[in-house]
Design a protein around this ligand. Sequence first.
Ligand SMILES: [Zn+2]
Length: 177
Amino acid sequence: MTKTFLENLIEKAKLQLLILQLQLRVIFLQRKLTIPNLPMPKILVLHHGAGAWGFAKVNKHHGDSWGFVSSLGFTLGYHKWIEFNGKLYIARRDNEEGAHLAVEGKPHWWNRNSVGLCLQGNLEIKKPTEWQLMTLKDELDSYVARGFEIEYHGNIEPTACPGKYLVEWLKQNKYIK
Ligand SMILES: [Zn+2]
């Protein structure tokens, strides 16, 4: 039996959709675009910038180094960033792959299953600013309320990140043990 006009039309439309999906995939891969398509993570990992560079500089540096463009148009490897003045930048959606951990053997697991939040400054030698802590507290409380576990970089990989002053503050405020 020959196919009806409608069946042919549907088949053609399906094929066109498939081609479009493949073309989009190629674009994503070429530009290394990440998209917010992951299950919502349940871990928040804290970092420090380890230097005085602000959001714009680190965003550009990560772009030059590995260039994973987020759905929001940023290349910062962390999902979020808090500047000295307390301003919060959102570079990636929470359920979008990050580029903030290089854990041996399973970097992708960590980058797909955790949200990375970074504070400007070297918090190993200097305390975070009061403005940073105010913003951080709001963020942490919001993540905890959504069932997230709070972690810090040095507890996952051997590194001083996010600095002793931040780790101290996290303990004092009972975000970590
Ligand atoms: Zn770190």
